[in-house]
Write a protein that binds this ligand. Structure first.
Ligand code: N01
Length: 564
């Protein structure tokens, strides 16, 4: 990271940092690296920026975190100048915002689009990574940052006969760029997670008939989306310093909202019901923050789950359909809670049918139908809302080789292992943004992305100031962190669900609760303390000699688990 590196680096295709992915994480990482005078190359497999918002173009796609909070905070000008149109921004608007950021900060010149990173190999002699891309070229870099996203590896379901289907097949996570019009068509949606629940009401308005194939009924809360008024935008803008501080330091999930001060069973039935009703009317993710123990205590959780089940029964007119739509096999919130616009009411439409495939799984897909229990549901188009190989899927697609030629896939065969979700022992100078072992998908992603990017950028500056050229997690710190992540997860209701958080949606994937559930505020504090103690738990080196940060992280951090 010498002052001249930017000139020499480009001609020899050696960079200080290679960043993989130009979503929200990769873009901000590039901006910070540039600001520190480092040379960086970003490789992005899509043809544009935006990551998840570039790929997920399905009907009804919008963010489930409110727009004024699902936005970068690193630039005061940016957050003051951008006008969000709705409470929850639709996908095209978020993509427009990503493009605006890329233009405003002149990011594109260092991003190579339409290029996949195929492999990255660490050379223990030179301490450099060799990064090979899908165009057959190899570049070298001192550091590699994986900004590959947690939900970017769309998963095709293993359903017999899928390849025989003669109509169009769409995956919500890999939607075509041209408009898809289902007018007059018979459409099947398979999958009822967030993507299915958002797309079903919109597709139902177009299709001549929509059949929804549901394996697991899901909890969903009304979004209550609406246009934002100038006054609402101004209120946020005027209060951004406090809103952003709260989201970073206090909130468990990186969202500015009231913090609950009591448990669900501390209130009587009427009071509790009134509180749930108020949040249901308000809409959005904060339904789960009415009380501080909904994720911890099953009896408390049941009160919220019962409330939502009753709402479903009120909305859906056909009692059999209502019963099938009522989730009863996992605590509310233990799978990512969904936010919808008219999802349950859509099943009252005459052109919509629900098929429960829990007891009778799909037997096969034929040329023109989905067959369940011997009955053929004829369709013209299939929409697979079947989710992602989450958190590790995109990393696993890159052949990463660290010390001793060990691959990251070998190391993570029994589940991902990281220290702070940022680095994995044996893989020097390789950072992961919002990786497994960090709050990532349990939080407002942009808050977590900015925290990781800032931490990594500060760390690289620290190393440069001290002439250090290698850094990696110590095995001891990593073991303790993994134990801590598991211990905290085990204290909650989350592991009780067969969720993608647990890797349960991918046959054969190890069942490990992957994100860190201690909360973004406490997690940030831990990361800051680690940095303040000279990157405690990391081993740093210069010219072959290595020093260990002072000690490893203490088990005492478990006491930072907030009561939520
Ligand atoms: O995927 P999912 P998603 N046969 O894994 C079913 C984020 N996101 O794309 O539950 C039949 O949640 C599967 O059934 P089951 C958000 O974090 C955010 O919807 O495994 N069914 C499930 O119903 C979200 O959590 C936003 O039994 C099969 C569904 O497919 C995450 O992305 C919007 C099947 C998959 O649900 C993933 O959401 C969209 C099979 N073989 C997504 N395989 C917002 O910001 C799977 N299923 C609003």
């Amino acid at each position: 990271m010498s002052a001249t590196s930017s000139v020499t680096a480009k001609s020899s295709a050696t960079y200080d940092v290679v960043v993989v992915g130009a979503g929200f994480a990769g873009m901000y990482m590039l901006h910070r690296l540039r600001g520190q005078g480092m040379t960086a190359r970003v490789f992005e497999q899509g043809s544009g920026v935006g990551g998840t918002w570039y790929w997920n173009r399905y009907p009804g796609a919008r963010c489930d975190v409110e727009s004024m909070q699902y936005s970068y905070s690193f630039s005061e000008e940016l957050q003051q100048e951008w006008d969000w149109s709705e409470r929850y921004a639709p996908q095209p608007e978020i993509l427009k915002y990503a493009n605006h950021v890329a233009d405003r900060f002149d990011l594109r010149k260092d991003i190579q689009f339409d290029t996949r990173v195929e492999s990255a190999v660490f050379d223990e002699v030179t301490n450099l990574w060799s990064v090979t891309t899908s165009d057959g070229k190899t570049v070298t870099a001192k550091f590699v940052v994986l900004a590959t996203g947690c939900l970017s590896n769309a998963r095709m379901p293993d359903i017999k006969g899928l390849d025989q289907f003669k109509g169009k097949v769409y995956h919500t996570g890999h939607w075509p760029h041209e408009a898809v019009d289902f007018t007059g068509q018979r459409v099947a949606v398979i999958g009822t997670g967030s993507s299915g629940i958002q797309s079903v009401p919109v597709i139902a308005e177009q299709a001549s008939h929509l059949t929804v194939f549901q394996r697991t009924a899901n909890f969903s809360i009304p979004a209550r989306n609406a246009p934002l008024t100038d006054a609402e935008r101004k209120k946020f803008r005027d209060n951004y310093p406090e809103i952003r501080r709260f989201a970073r330091e206090v909130a468990r999930n990186g969202i500015y909202t009231e913090m609950p001060d009591r448990g669900a069973l501390d209130d009587g039935d009427n009071e509790r019901r009134a509180k749930y009703e108020a949040r249901w009317q308000r809409g959005g993710l904060t339904f789960m923050s009415v009380y501080n123990n909904l994720g911890l205590d099953k009896a408390a959780n049941d009160t919220a789950a019962d409330f939502v089940r009753e709402k479903i029964a009120e909305i859906v007119k056909d009692p059999r359909t209502a019963r099938a739509l009522q989730p009863n096999d996992h605590p509310i919130g233990s799978k990512r809670i969904c936010i919808d616009t008219d999802y349950f009411a859509t099943f009252n439409r005459p052109n919509v049918t629900l098929v429960d495939i829990k007891s009778n799984p799909i037997e096969e897909i034929t040329e023109n139908a989905v067959r369940v229990a011997g009955k053929d549901y004829e369709v013209d188009a299939l929409v697979l809302a079947t989710g992602f190989d989450a958190m590790t899927g995109s990393v696993a697609k890159i052949d990463m080789k660290g010390r001793g030629g060990q691959t990251l896939n070998q190391k993570w065969a029994a589940g991902p292992r990281t220290y702070l979700g940022l680095m994995s022992a044996g893989f020097p100078n390789l950072f992961v943004i919002t990786g497994p072992g960090s709050p990532s998908v349990l939080s407002n992603m942009i808050v977590s992305i900015e925290q990781h990017v800032d931490w990594i950028a500060d760390c690289l500056a620290y190393m440069r100031e001290r002439g250090l050229d290698t850094m990696e997690a110590s095995a001891d710190a990593e073991d303790k962190w993994v134990d801590h992540v598991n211990e905290v997860a085990a204290a909650t209701l989350y592991p009780q669900a067969n969720s993608w958080y647990m890797g349960a949606n991918v046959p054969g994937k190890p069942r490990i609760f992957m994100p860190y559930i201690g909360g973004v505020g406490p997690y940030r504090k831990i990361c800051d303390e680690v940095a303040a103690k000279g990157y405690e738990g990391f081993v740093m080196g210069a010219g072959g000699s290595a020093t260990q940060g002072r000690g490893v992280i203490s088990r005492g951090i478990v006491t930072l688990l907030p009561s939520w």
